[in-house]
Design a protein around this ligand. Structure first.
Ligand code: COA
Length: 425
């Protein structure tokens, strides 16, 4: 088997989550990802949420697999010179600094494309051009500004953010697609280009069904929302819809056997129209197949509370896994609410490489999420994240062709940080 992005070299100037999640994916497609980090500290997440004293955090190690790390002080003239040499040798520079930071380093698009006209410069920013373009942005800010928070949660509760990192990792995914597309275009044009993904835009892209509903509101109430059946009038904007399904087929989270003691003994149940008769059989309400109050999707909408209460009486008599087994024999769409513990212990996810256990010299073993995108001709085993500056000499030698003497000269300037560290010790 091959490696899909073999021969592509990425200068990974990213930190925290959005950028690193993007470059980790590219590494899993076989690109050589060189992570440039500030000497001494490195990516701030190395030390954030640290659970093992002295070891890089899981926050860092789960977002930086299969990369090489070089420490470089880019505010040191020699460090900046090394960075510019690396730009010449790389296909893509990925960064997610605050707006203007790259320009303040003297490495705006104009300068970068002068150094390497084939370079693709890929950036994550919080916002695109507009009133908020200079803001620093984190995950939940993006979820709020991208429309996710106002449409998540229950109607009578606060706006909600999601545990799924749609602002950070969601943007990283979008950016990765932009990068491979730009690489593909470069095959024909020979030119690099800028790829920009704003976190607000990525979240909005993932929330487009809610913008759909915003426009539908002009033409009447959103009949598939539970509040329609409850007789609660709609306002001017899309309301929060609890656990209603977004696709027009009513769905809810229902209690299963054991819910009193297990916070995840629940199942998502969809009353999909084509299987309505089978649902009636399963819950022992055969007369609902023909009763005019229940027989058609439109007739059911005002009765959803009653219908789901009846279905829940059935799910509560079964564990979520028993209910899954029974419902799947009838092709009734449903999904167990899996806890993170259940997921971490699911051997089938390890068999596919979606979960991977890796060894780390300072942490011991840890579990990470492997490449969720499976290519039949791409074989890149997941490798642990690098230690800070682990590959500094290797990269200077192998990528820039510097000999030990030249590397020693650079070290003397403090550009790689070693001198500063040694002086402090
Ligand atoms: N050597 C020397 N200086 C370095 C360096 C290195 N190797 N790497 C970074 N720096 C400097 C930068 O030049 C910048 O300096 P400046 O402010 O003097 O220009 C500084 O480090 C800090 O960068 P910044 O990006 O502002 O970090 P921050 O911690 O203040 O902000 C974010 C963090 C995430 C809020 C911000 O980077 C941001 O908004 N990024 C875009 C959106 C994004 O990706 N957010 C999600 C993160 S998951």
């Amino acid at each position: 088997m091959g490696k899909a992005l073999e021969g592509v070299r990425i200068l990974d100037f990213t930190h925290v989550q959005s950028g690193p999640s993007c470059t980790q994916l590219l590494a899993w497609f076989g690109a050589d990802v060189i992570k440039v980090e500030r000497p001494g500290e490195g990516d701030v997440t190395r030390g954030q949420l640290r659970d093992v004293a002295g070891a890089d955090s899981l926050y860092f190690t789960m977002l930086n697999a299969n990369k090489r790390s070089i420490t470089l002080d880019t505010k040191n003239p020699q460090g900046k010179a090394v960075l510019e040499e690396l730009v010449k040798k790389c296909d893509v520079l990925v960064e997610n600094f605050a707006p203007g930071a790259l320009e303040r380093m003297g490495l705006g698009w104009k300068r970068l494309s002068e150094i390497n006209p084939r370079l693709i410069l890929a950036s994550v920013k919080g916002f695109g051009p507009g009133p908020f373009e200079d803001c620093k942005v984190y995950e939940n800010v993006a979820q709020c500004a991208g429309g996710a928070a106002s449409t998540t949660g229950f109607r009578d509760g606060l706006p909600m953010v999601s545990a799924a990192q749609i602002g950070d990792s969601g943007t990283g995914l979008h950016l990765a697609l932009g990068i491979v597309t730009a690489l593909f275009q470069r095959e024909h044009t020979g030119r690099g280009q800028k790829v920009m993904c704003a976190m607000q835009d990525a979240v909005l892209n993932l929330c487009r069904v809610k913008l759909r509903d915003q426009q539908r509101l002009a033409n009447g109430p959103l009949r598939e929302y539970s509040q329609f059946g409850e007789g609660v009038p709609f306002g001017e904007t899309v309301p929060r819809a609890g656990n209603d399904s977004g696709g027009g087929q009513p769905g809810r989270i229902l209690r299963c056997k054991g819910w009193e003691n297990d916070p995840n003994a629940y199942i998502y149940f969809i009353t999909q129209a084509p299987v309505w008769e089978k649902i009636c059989d399963v819950i022992h309400e055969p007369e609902w197949k023909t009763d005019p109050n229940y027989a058609t999707p439109a007739a059911r909408l005002p009765h959803l509370n009653e219908i789901f209460t009846r279905i829940e009486a059935w799910t509560m008599a079964h564990t979520k896994f028993e209910a899954m087994d029974i419902l799947n024999t009838y092709d009734i769409p449903c999904g167990p609410i899996l806890s993170m513990k259940e997921i971490a212990e699911d051997t089938s996810l390890y068999a596919t490489g979606t979960l991977v256990e890796v060894q780390h010299p300072a942490r011991g073993s840890y579990v990470t999420v492997g490449n969720p995108i499976k290519l039949s001709d791409n074989d890149v085993p997941v490798e642990r994240a690098p230690l800070l500056g682990e590959h500094t000499d290797e990269i200077l030698g192998e990528v820039l062709g510097l000999d030990a003497e030249s590397i020693a000269v650079i070290k003397q300037t403090g550009a790689l940080g070693a001198l500063l560290r040694e002086a402090a010790e």
